[in-house]
Ligand binder design. Sequence first.
Ligand code: KG4
Length: 340
Amino acid sequence: NKGIIIMGIESSCDDTSAAIIRDGEILSNVVASQKVHEDYGGVVPELASRAHQQNIIPVVDLAIKRANIRRHEISAVAFTRGPGLLGSLLVGTSFAKGFSLAAKIPLIEVNHLQGHVLALFIKENGVELKAPNFPFLCLLVSGGNSQIILVRDYLDMEVIGQTIDDAAGEAFDKCAKVMGLPYPGGPHVDRLAKEGDPNRFEFSRPRIAGLDYSFSGLKTNFLYFLRDNLKENENFVEENMADLCASLQHTIIEILLSKLKRAAKETGINEITVAGGVSANSGLRNALQENAKKHRWNLIIPKFEYTMDNAAMIAITGYYKYLNKEFTGQDAVPFARTQL
Ligand code: KG4
């Protein structure tokens, strides 16, 4: 018995990825990141879809090779149907459809956000990476999303709070850009913040009811703050880089944590997890650990490689959908925006 082998395909933004999972256990996870966007300070959708087209076949080939399986052993192909950039999604969707037709295996659509959450259940060498117990809360923070998700079961989740404008990753990236840092700026802010004083500058925090987030006010406040100070001193950014990064990061983390704490209190759930690219942030990880101690959370932070955009999370979601016999027809089209 070869088990249930799922191939996952992810192409929602600027990473082309393919992964193979057998019975929930990772066999391979290949990610080709696109360099073309660096010169533009952000992802250029048209360039992204072209790069996906160039990358998809070699990436899938490599994933199958590294998994050390035969093509015909694959039980089903799972793909990201959305949310994401439409042109990018179209490449992965079309490839998955073609593969499913040619191999005569089922097609499974996956919601990218659900994938980020279920990445927590990927097994390595038979060992489940410290998975959370249901129900749990997941703080999903990426370049495109900032949400608090209540997860009742593998395929039963509900967004209980989300950003009404920008995502946390966008706040990092856009503020980094006005400081002249390369794209994506989040990791640079993280690095520079380590040397800075997080309480040196005060930036505005949103006042929003309930569990929702907002980051556009902070972004504007940061921009105007720099503009005003640059009028007085043209070297203001260079001279204060570390403190600016530390104070900005501190503000973003405080905003994220305040609603997460509230969600834990309101739902009475103390199983807490985090997902998405911004969960790589060292300040956020420290703040989560501190709060876990204080509030007795069972905190689970996934392995770094599964928090970024990747196809392993799509394959693991495909696996649970396969067990549920949730298959998709050839008429499926990608969607740019969607709820869970
Ligand atoms: O989940 P992800 O790989 O893809 C998108 O949804 O776009 O997240 C990428 C985001 C970017 O905004 C990037 O700046 C941010 O995650 N990011 C970080 C760090 N590493 C990645 N933000 C802050 N600190 C980091 N260490």
